[in-house]
Design a protein around this ligand. Structure first.
Ligand code: ADP
Ligand code: MG
Length: 287
C-alpha cells in the first residue's frame, strides 16, 4: 500500500497543479539532480504571434501556409491560423499532410507538393533561401513555405517566456539543480530566450531533432536523475527517456501527456520547484 505521507504529498502537489501519475514518480523527483526544459510552449507561453510576412502575394501565400498548418497542434501552426483569420482570409485546401517533428510539415494541393518549416527542411527540399532583411539574422523564428526547390515566402513568428519561467529556474538552481534548455528552434532564437531566462551559453542546446533531445537527456542524466519538461509531439521520446517526464497539461499535446510521469496543469512553472521540495521532504519522512 502507498504510505500516507506519499498520498498526502500527491494531493498537496495536485492543489498546485502538479499531477503525478503515481507515488513512484514523486520518489524519483526527490532524487532528480538536473532539469531540462523544452522551449516553445514550455518555457514560453506557446501563444506565438506572426510578426512579419515576406511574400510577393501575401494573401495567396498565407492561404497556402494555413492550409498546410490546418490541423497541426504546434504553437507555430496556431499563430499562422490566427493571423489568417485576423486578415479575413481562408485556408487553401491541402491534402496528404505529414508532420515532421522539429522540422515542419509537408502536403499537396492541386498544383503539386508543398512544404513549410525551418532552414534544415528547406535545404532538404533543395531550396536556396534568400536573405530577408531584419529576419534572416534576427532572433525570431523563421518559417519558410516552398514547392519543391522553389521558395514561396516566409513568416517570422515570436513567442514570449512565461512570467514564472525565470522564477522557476532561480528556485531550481537554489535547490542545487543543474538546468538546461533544449529546443528544435534556431540557434539565434534559443540564445535570445535562453539569455532572457538566465541560462548560461553552455546550458543552451538548439536546432535539436527529437532524437537529439533523447541523447542529451541521457548524457545529462549520467550524473544523477534527470527531469525533462516538454509540451510537444517532438518531446515525447525525451519525456519517456527522462527519469521524470513532465508534460505541459493545459496546452500540451496528447502524445506528450501520455509519455510523461507528471502533468503540469498550472501556468506557474515555479510549481515544479515547489513540487520537488515537497518530494524531498516526503522522501525524508518515509525513509
Ligand atoms: P521546440 O523544441 O522549441 O518546442 P520544435 O522542435 O517543436 O520546437 O520546432 C522546431 C522548429 O521546427 C520550429 O522552430 C519550426 O521552424 C519547425 N517546425 C516544427 N513544427 C512546425 C510546423 N507545424 N510548421 C512549421 N514549422 C514547424
Ligand atoms: Mg515545444
Amino acid at each position: 500500500s502507498v504510505p500516507a505521507a506519499i498520498l498526502s504529498a500527491l494531493s498537496a502537489a495536485a492543489r498546485g497543479g502538479v499531477l503525478f501519475k503515481g507515488g513512484a514518480a514523486l520518489e524519483r523527483l526527490a532524487a532528480v539532480k538536473a532539469f531540462a526544459f523544452d522551449k516553445t510552449g514550455t518555457l514560453t507561453t506557446g501563444r506565438a504571434e506572426v510578426t512579419g510576412v515576406h511574400a510577393t502575394d501575401a494573401a495567396q501565400f498565407l492561404a497556402l501556409l494555413a492550409g498546410l498548418e490546418a490541423n497541426s497542434e504546434h504553437p507555430i501552426a496556431d499563430a499562422i491560423r490566427r493571423e489568417v483569420t485576423a486578415r479575413g482570409l481562408a485556408a487553401a485546401p491541402v491534402s496528404e499532410i505529414v508532420a515532421l517533428p522539429s522540422e515542419g510539415i509537408t502536403g499537396r494541393d492541386a498544383a503539386g507538393a508543398l512544404w513549410a518549416g525551418n532552414a534544415r527542411l528547406a535545404a532538404r527540399m533543395g531550396a536556396d533561401l534568400p536573405m530577408i532583411d531584419g529576419a534572416s539574422d534576427g532572433a525570431e523564428t523563421l518559417i519558410w513555405l516552398g514547392r519543391g526547390p522553389e521558395v514561396l515566402g516566409a513568416v517570422t513568428v515570436a513567442d514570449r517566456p512565461r512570467t514564472s519561467s525565470r522564477d522557476a529556474l532561480v528556485q531550481l538552481r537554489a535547490q542545487g539543480m543543474r538546468v538546461a534548455l533544449m529546443t528544435g528552434d534556431r540557434r539565434s532564437v534559443a540564445d535570445r530566450i535562453g539569455a532572457e531566462l538566465g541560462f548560461t551559453a553552455d546550458e543552451i542546446h538548439a536546432e535539436l531533432l527529437p532524437e537529439d533531445k533523447v541523447r542529451l537527456v541521457a548524457e545529462l542524466g549520467n550524473r544523477g536523475h534527470i527531469a525533462f519538461v516538454g509540451d510537444g509531439v517532438n518531446d515525447a521520446a525525451a519525456l519517456a527517456r527522462a527519469d521524470v517526464g513532465i508534460a505541459m497539461g493545459a496546452a500540451g499535446s496528447e502524445v506528450a501527456l501520455q509519455a510523461a510521469d507528471v502533468a503540469l496543469l498550472s501556468d506557474e512553472m515555479a510549481q515544479l520547484a515547489a513540487a520537488q521540495r515537497l518530494a524531498r521532504r516526503t522522501a525524508r519522512i518515509i525513509r
